[in-house]
Design a protein around this ligand. Structure first.
Ligand code: HEC
Length: 213
């Protein structure tokens, strides 16, 4: 080897490796893979479709002068995917007449979907088990009534759907945030929480019965 490369010295090899690492480092920096030292967006040599004229959640809008991307919908408009809820909070009787039963039956999928929506939208206040002790309440919000108490167990499905859709006193309406199907799925899930709580109470009362001698 020494004969073929008479000028090669031992330190040429580590120097060559270091030089390669240096070049790779700058390629990474310039291509935006390494920008821990800069607040600026990385230099994009081939940006593909990374940056589009679209607003992502929490992103500032480049179109509106106040830079808010979350716009208040114009008065009286309804999302294309939805229908306006026709009743106000006081119209429980009308709602019970309009929805004598849920528009689709319960199924494992519906329950799982309802649980997913309930956990995201309701449990912050009502708690994961519906007892009314969610984290928002623990931080001082008005405690909602227990959704699993006997009185609430006796509510019609339409009544629970109506409260979600129209709101009740300090509880806001979720008609613009949840689709009708999502709201009905939540109703089924609230029913399941009520059944579970009833079973637990039953088990608790049985365990207090003294065992026979
Ligand atoms: C911001 C907190 C909050 C959120 C989120 C919330 N609620 Fe409520 N909810 C309340 C409060 C407070 C009440 C009691 C309102 C009143 O004083 O009449 C209530 C009342 C209710 C009632 C009536 C209970 C009764 O016995 O009168 C139902 C049913 C209900 N909520 C279901 C839900 C469902 C389902 C969700 C999720 C879509 C939800 N709530 C989301 C705070 C909340």
């Amino acid at each position: 080897m020494a004969a073929r490369f008479p000028n090669l010295r031992w330190w040429h090899i580590p120097a060559g490796l270091l030089g390669t690492a240096f070049v790779i480092f700058w390629i990474l920096v310039l291509s935006g893979q390494k920008t821990w030292f800069s607040e600026q967006p990385p230099l994009q040599i081939i940006p593909d479709m990374d940056d589009q004229f679209r607003v992502d959640p929490q992103e500032a809008s480049r179109f509106f002068s106040d830079r808010r991307s979350f716009r208040t919908p114009p008065e009286g408009t309804v999302p294309r995917s939805g229908r306006a809820y026709p009743f106000g909070p006081g119209d429980l009787a009308l709602a019970e007449k309009a929805f004598p039963q849920p528009p689709f039956p319960e199924s494992p999928y519906v329950l799982a979907f309802g649980q997913n929506r309930y956990d995201a939208f309701c449990s912050p206040c009502h708690g994961p088990d519906g007892k009314g002790n969610g984290p928002v309440v623990q931080r001082g919000f008005v405690p909602p009534p227990d959704l699993t108490r006997p009185e609430a167990r006796a509510y019609s499905d339409a009544r629970i759907f109506h409260v979600i859709s129209a709101g009740q006193n300090v509880m806001p309406s979720y008609a613009t945030k949840l689709t009708e199907a999502e709201r009905w799925a939540i109703v089924f899930y609230v029913r399941q929480l009520q059944r579970q709580s009833a079973l637990q109470q039953q088990a608790a009362s049985l365990s207090t019965v003294p065992a026979r001698q």
